[in-house]
Design a protein around this ligand. Structure first.
Ligand code: SF4
Length: 447
């Protein structure tokens, strides 16, 4: 591999400041567009081989139901499913988990983290959650987990449900607040309103969760300077354990993009990247002044020793992750995989005792090295030692040209064995990461 593709790097650095359609966040590597149905059998076969007992094992569970579809949403979600559909889906997820648990790859390994994402996991009633959690744990127990994380839409919560979640073992609650302004929530087709945010937050605190995270989005449709400042103030008044802030991206499968296409517009009707970066910078600075630490390009935490993000940290450090549910993404022993991306083929496959794995990508050691490097760079600090030990490759030598260039442009600094992003670099880390991709993966569509 060499990283001398200077033209490519220049393109990356000078990319348009307008928000155009496409994926901005680098959430995995190699790019999803390279995962193929031709490799699905490789992932299925990988489950029949032993896993590495020394590698952390986690699980991601996808709950694809929402009350409304937000205009910026690019996830697999359904807003029209009834109680029977949901029961059938939960049975499929429980069966899929039991099937994976019985494979040689798992072979009694204990889960270190469980993550419920969506969609809206909190769309389920407390009765449905009991059924699902008990079903999942009957084949893969949660004793020994460091974290059970659960995403919530504030308008779906009540005191009873939150108490039940706490009693059933959820340790980290992630509240998808996104914005506090009812007009902006409305314009973006978000289902909840600010009144529900305050009620939900208080119920969650009363239920005694160890870790409550608040999600915000910088640059929603209709966002203004004054409102963003109010969002930061209101977040600080809630006093959450952690705050995660995403810069609005507009992937192709969003309602916003569909409208852009109809209107023949190239730029999305949201703030440009430099404005969104400035908004996150202002939020981070306000949070630091209030005693928070910045623990990644997106996250501020109040007490970094106590408030952990096991799912993020383990996954970015190379954990295996079982993915269950429609469209879920996982990684098992050197193979990326994704399940069927529509609910009916997913459920029918599982209930018909077939694997729901739809596409996959075997990943070689060099690709795993790049994957771990680009994902951990998002933490803002990285050491060379673990890479030399794990892969026998010194990343500071391998990427010397790019690192020198980014150092000269003020995006990072290197001090012996540690690399640290400047705040300016951290706020645009996702677009800087492409220069570390293998040459054959640069310039390909990401998803
Ligand atoms: S709540 Fe989340 S998953 Fe559901 S539609 Fe909105 S963005 Fe998508």
């Amino acid at each position: 591999m060499n990283d001398n593709d200077a033209n490519h790097r220049l393109d990356v650095i000078s990319a348009s400041e307008q928000t155009e359609a496409g994926n901005y966040f680098v959430s995995n590597y190699p790019p999803f567009s390279l995962w193929s149905t031709d490799h699905a059998q490789t992932a299925i076969d990988r489950f029949d081989q032993p896993g590495d007992e020394d590698v952390t094992l986690g699980m991601y569970v996808h709950i694809p139901f929402c009350r409304k579809r937000c205009h910026f949403c690019y996830f697999r979600v359904y807003t029209d499913k009834n109680k029977d559909d949901i029961r059938r889906y939960m049975d499929a997820v429980i069966d899929e988990t039991a099937s994976l648990a019985s494979k040689p790859f798992v072979n009694g390994r204990r889960l270190k983290f469980v993550y419920f994402g969506g969609g809206t996991p909190s769309y389920l009633s407390d009765k449905q959650l009991h059924y699902l959690f008990e079903g999942l744990q009957s084949s893969l127990p949660w004793d020994g987990v460091d974290e059970v994380a659960f995403e919530c839409e504030p308008g779906t919560l009540n005191a009873k449900k939150l108490t039940a979640l706490k009693q059933m073992g959820v340790t980290r609650l992630s509240l998808g607040i996104e914005n506090f302004d009812d007009n902006i929530l409305e314009i973006n087709n978000r289902a909840h309103r600010s009144k529900q945010v305050y009620a939900a937050y208080q119920w969650a605190r009363d239920a005694g969760f160890e870790h409550i995270n608040v999600d915000l989005i910088a640059g929603m449709l209709g966002e203004t300077e004054d409102n963003w400042k109010r969002c930061i103030d209101q977040t600080l008044r809630l006093d959450p354990d952690a705050v995660t802030i995403y810069q609005m991206e507009v992937p192709f499968n969003t309602t916003i993009y569909k409208r852009m296409k109809e209107e023949g517009r190239l730029a999305a009707p949201v703030a440009g990247w430099s404005t969104k970066r400035r908004w996150v910078r202002e939020a981070f600075e306000a949070m630091e002044a209030a005693g928070y630490e910045i623990s990644s390009a997106y996250t501020a935490v109040k007490d970094a020793k106590r408030v952990r993000f096991a799912y993020r940290d383990e996954l970015w450090a190379g954990a295996d992750m079982l993915a269950v549910g429609v469209s879920s993404f996982g990684h098992v022993g050197g193979v990326h995989y994704q399940n069927h991306h529509d609910i009916e083929p997913y459920v029918s496959s599982v209930l018909g005792s077939e694997s729901p794995i739809y596409r996959a990508l075997p990943v070689n050691d060099e690709e795993l090295f790049v994957r771990q490097w680009v994902l951990q760079l998002k933490l803002g600090r990285i050491e060379r030692g673990p890479f030399v030990k794990r892969f026998g490759i010194d990343p500071f030598e391998r990427f010397a040209d790019t690192l020198r260039e980014y150092e000269a442009s003020g995006h990072l600094s290197i001090d012996d064995d540690q690399l640290t992003f400047t705040r300016d670099g951290l706020l645009q880390v996702d677009r800087l990461l492409h220069a570390f991709f293998l040459p054959e993966h640069r310039g390909v569509r990401y998803a």
